[in-house]
Write a protein that binds this ligand. Sequence first.
Ligand SMILES: [Zn+2]
Length: 143
Amino acid sequence: MKTEIKEKLEQLAIKKSIPFCYSCYRQAPTGRCKTCGSDDLMREMPGVGCEWGTDWIIREILSTELTPVNTEEAFEESVRQCYPETVTVAWMEMDTVSVAKEMDPVSWNVAKAEWESQEADEGNIISFDHGSSYYWTSDLEAL
Ligand SMILES: [Zn+2]
């Protein structure tokens, strides 16, 4: 699943960039520089820059075309779906999510991290930076 998406992103990165010969400082759309004959080429993304490889282009595409998952919001939403919306404390009816977060932020964060890895295992969200940010798989597929 993840490799498939990575491959597709790679293809997209190649589509959105042009081979570029850095020594002649010119584009080489055929994959071989017309001036020096080299096929050891960088890739240029018009208006962005040129660099070796495609990882930087993928990062650029992700950051310009997608919004990372707001995991806090998404986790809240899933908690709201799983538990009653309010909780009664003595005579007070309180918002379940706010109470949980405020009363035990450590437990909240642990549960949030578990939710993230579960969502990632199920393939709903995907991270390219070891979990510091996630994207919705459906957003990526729409690219
Ligand atoms: Zn060249």
